[in-house]
Every structure is written in C-alpha cells, then in structure tokens.
Design a protein around this ligand. Structure first.
Ligand code: NAP
Length: 288
C-alpha cells in the first residue's frame, strides 16, 4: 500500500479519499476549509495544515479542486504550495477538471523539478465516486500512468490513457461539452413540446427509445421531468468546464456550439440556478 496525499476534499475529493483509505492506503489530507480534513480523521487519515506539509513523504499526490485558480494555488503557492514539498520520485496527479493550458504549464513546472505529473480528470459524478465507478482520462507518460493505475482503480473502474500531458484534460472537456450540449438542447425541446400541448414525458420516452439518444442524455431528460435538481453536477461547474473547452480552440469561431451551450448555462447562473444540477437549465424555458 502507498503513502498518499489528497488535496481538496469537496464533494468528489472526499469520496475519492475515503475509497483510498478503505483500500488500505496511508493518507494525509488537506483542504482549504480544515473542517473537511478533520472529518476524514475518523476514517484514519492524517490532516495536514498546508498542501506542502501534506505531501512530504508521499508516493502519490492527488488533487481534486474546483478550477485552475484553486489548482494553481494548491500546487504553487510560494510558502505552502505542494510542488515545493514533493519528495523525489513522487507522482503528482491532478484529477480536477482544468484547462489544457494550465495542465500543461503545471506539467512543465513539475518536469523542471523532476516530478512526474499526470492529468487524470474523471468521468462520473458523486454516485460513481461513491461506487468506485469513475473513469479516469489520463494524460502523461504511459509508464507513469501504468504505475499509477492500481491506485486509481481503488477510486474508479477504468483508466484510459489519452496521450501526453493535457490530452486527459482535453478528453474530459470534450466529454463534458458533448454532455452539456445534449442537456441544453433537451431542455429546450422538452419545454417547447410542453408549450405546444404535447406530453413531454412521452417525447422523452420516444426519443430515449432511439439510437440517437445517449444513456446520459436519457437520464438527464428523465431528471428534468421529475423537476428536482439536487446538485450532482452543478451548473456553475458546467459553465466553468465549457469555458475551458472553448480555450482548447484557437478562435471562438471554431467552437460555435460549445459557445452557445456555455451562454445558455451562463444565463442559468444569472437567473439564480447556478447551484442546481445541470438539468436545472430546463427552468430557463418554463412558463408557469
Ligand atoms: P466542490 O465540492 O465545490 O469542491 C471543490 C474543492 O476545491 C473543495 O475542496 C474546495 O475547498 C476547493 N477549492 C475551491 N477553491 C479553492 C481555492 N481557491 N483554493 C484552494 N482550494 C479551493 O467541487 P467537486 O464537485 O468536488 O468538483 C471538484 C472537481 O471535480 C472540479 O474540477 C469539477 O469540475 C470536477 N468534477 C466534478 C464532478 C461532479 O459531478 N461534481 C464530476 C466530475 C468532475 P473548500 O472546501 O475549502 O471550499
């Protein structure tokens, strides 16, 4: 079993860290709000006061943070950042959904310190994290990815090697863009047929029975009909991810659909639905 530091214990990170502890690894955890790190002490983890203190002696360091700004702070902060404290030979793995540019910059900074870095964002949400069913999309040197795979498989069901650093981030942003576009258009269509006087539940049933409907779109459409939006994948995170997806392309002109979807989710945030699940975007089109 390995010595592991886990940085970032939000909705996803706390679940992933718990699964590593349950698998028998020795964990030191850190979170900006220290209460979330204290909560993991009961399960056998040590809680550190800074990212740098957490990573000392680690074989692997995982982070699961909100966005580029949080990741930059946690890895690079001048006094307390993790990068300054990583022991030689440790493998650094950021599992957050981040921009390709930032991931590549961080990989380069690690390389200059002779630290191997892997971007390994996840497909799956809180239920998949609980059930160790996450899919890791890994960017980095193949040999390092395979050395990390056994540990990743204590948090997920599979590890897919996407290519060099940044390729994991790009694949994850592609997945979320595809999903975001599907959910945004389903929201429009469900409410459009309702206004026409047709039964939206029947529409969802019929569309779901065809090969063009993905399993994820089918689940999202069902959730929109139920009218409850507990935040599995909150709209504010969706909008962040679509913004990062746009930055993969050189010009906005080459990402018209992703841009349109991002604008829809930004409208939903402005309308007060940012903390709702992605499916809450349907509220933009409700006429009651
Ligand atoms: P979350 O519950 O909001 O947790 C965010 C984490 O980032 C918390 O530990 C938070 O610390 C930390 N953080 C935020 N800003 C920070 C800063 N400036 N400095 C240091 N730490 C900071 O989010 P989540 O749902 O776990 O998502 C984490 C990552 O996974 C995101 O990149 C997200 O896009 C990705 N993801 C999410 C899902 C999902 O379904 N939710 C699925 C796949 C991937 P505090 O506790 O102190 O606020």
């Amino acid at each position: 079993m390995a010595k592991i530091a886990f940085l970032g214990l939000g909705a996803m990170g706390s679940r992933m860290a718990r699964n590593l502890i349950a698998a028998g690894h020795e964990l030191t955890v850190w979170n900006r709000d220290p209460q979330k790190a204290e909560a993991l002490r009961d399960t056998g983890a040590d809680a550190a006061l800074t990212p740098r203190a957490a990573v000392a002696d680690s074989d692997f360091v995982f982070s699961m943070l909100r966005d580029d700004a949080a990741s930059r702070y946690v890895w690079l902060e001048a006094r307390d950042g993790a990068l300054g404290g990583l022991p030689d030979g440790a493998i650094a793995v950021d599992c957050s959904t981040l921009s390709v540019n930032w991931v590549q910059e961080l990989a380069e900074l690690c390389r200059r310190r002779n630290i191997v870095f892997i971007d390994a964002p996840v497909v799956g949400s809180r239920p998949q994290a609980d059930a160790r069913q996450l899919i890791f999309l890994a960017g980095g040197v193949a040999e390092a990815v395979s050395r990390t795979e056994a540990v990743l498989l204590h948090m997920g069901a599979s590890v897919l090697h996407a290519g060099p650093n940044g390729a994991g981030a790009a694949a994850k942003l592609a997945v979320n863009t595809l999903f975001g576009i599907q959910v945004a258009v389903l929201a429009e269509l469900i409410e459009a047929v309702r206004h026409r006087g047709f039964d939206p539940a029947r529409l969802v049933e019929l569309v779901s029975a065809t090969p063009v409907c993905s399993p994820a779109a089918k689940a999202a459409a069902g959730a929109m009909l139920l009218d409850t939006f507990p935040p599995l994948f909150p709209i504010q995170i969706v909008e962040k991810d679509l913004g990062y997806a746009l930055s993969i392309a050189e010009t906005v002109d080459s990402t018209p659909l992703a841009s349109a979807a991002r604008n829809v989710f930004a409208r939903a945030i402005n309308a007060g639905h940012g903390a709702d699940n992605i499916t809450g975007v349907v509220r933009l089109y409700r006429q009651s």
